[in-house]
Design a protein around this ligand. Structure first.
Ligand SMILES: C[S@@+](CC[C@H](N)C(=O)[O-])C[C@H]1O[C@@H](n2cnc3c(N)ncnc32)[C@H](O)[C@@H]1O
Length: 254
């Protein structure tokens, strides 16, 4: 079924199968592999009293972090039933502030309040959208004027370059964009959206966002594994190109 609905359904099936492998793996304060974390970047600012929504909330570990930083309301949305069930269990201690976790694709609005959130964020999930313009329009609608949207995803250069023999080589054109099977998921269907960084930026601007910061900085921890440059994420590769990018933008007050 090569329709966007078909891709969402096959991605859901795959995520329900693999979810346990990812519980808590890409969660705040981390923005993703070899990226500086929230403690260093302070992109979210003062969270206390904020109503927050996570797009692609996975197992709920980032929402747990938001609770620990004093968020007033926790909301989440994720495609996978297994992720949502896990997040509900993880967030049981925060029942008083946990509002709703929706099993839903980010391409659809499951009934979230409009002009409501001070912070909408997404950690390594946005590249799964099969429809970036609609997803960004949804996010824009959920935010209060003055509210922020912060998201991270794999840097679009990262899967273009591979270690072969004794060096890194460009294997695919940076200019090639669109929905494709994610190579790192060679064992099951995983349709992700390959987009250039400029495409994310231009689409945010078209939606009405003001971009505050684009982060391509790399942080390689002292204890990072070395000597295995052909791994999907390796410190050797990160020394050359970013594994992750992060964008912070604002819904203007008008
Ligand atoms: C790498 S995980 C994010 C983990 C999350 N940051 C955490 O703290 O656990 C990516 C998530 O995106 C979700 N996802 C994939 N496609 C989606 C879609 N179209 N709409 C909503 N969520 C989606 C997956 O189910 C998965 O939980």
């Amino acid at each position: 079924m090569a329709t966007t609905e078909g891709f969402i359904l096959s991605n859901k099936k795959s995520w329900d199968e693999v979810a346990p492998r990812f519980f808590g793996r890409t969660a705040l304060p981390s923005y993703g592999p070899f990226a500086p974390d929230e403690d260093k970047l302070n992109l979210l600012g003062d969270i206390s009293g904020a109503k927050v929504l996570e797009i692609g909330c996975g197992s709920g570990h980032s929402l747990q972090y938001m609770a620990s930083r004093g968020a007033e309301e926790l909301w989440g949305l994720d495609l996978s039933d297994i992720q949502i069930a896990t997040a509900k269990t993880l967030l049981e201690p925060y029942m008083a502030i946990l509002k709703q976790l929706f099993q839903s694709p980010m391409e659809q609005d499951p009934g979230l309040p409009r002009s409501y959130f001070e912070i909408v964020y997404s950690i390594y999930a946005i590249g799964w959208t099969v429809d970036l313009p609609t997803t960004l329009q949804n996010v824009y609608g959920y935010l209060k004027p003055g509210g922020i949207f912060v998201f991270s995803w794999e840097h679009p250069l990262h899967n273009r370059i591979k270690f072969e023999g004794d060096s890194f080589v460009v294997k695919k054109s940076y200019h090639e964009e669109g929905l494709h099977q994610c190579e790192a998921w060679n064992d099951r269907t995983a349709i992700v959206n390959q987009l250039k960084l400029s495409n994310y930026i231009n689409e945010l601007v078209r939606t009405g966002f003001q971009i505050e910061r684009v982060v391509e900085d790399v942080y390689v921890p002292e204890n990072a594994e070395i000597g295995n440059p052909s791994r999907w994420y390796s410190s050797e590769k990160a020394e050359l190109i970013p594994a992750t990018f992060i964008i912070k933008c604002v819904k203007p007050k008008k």
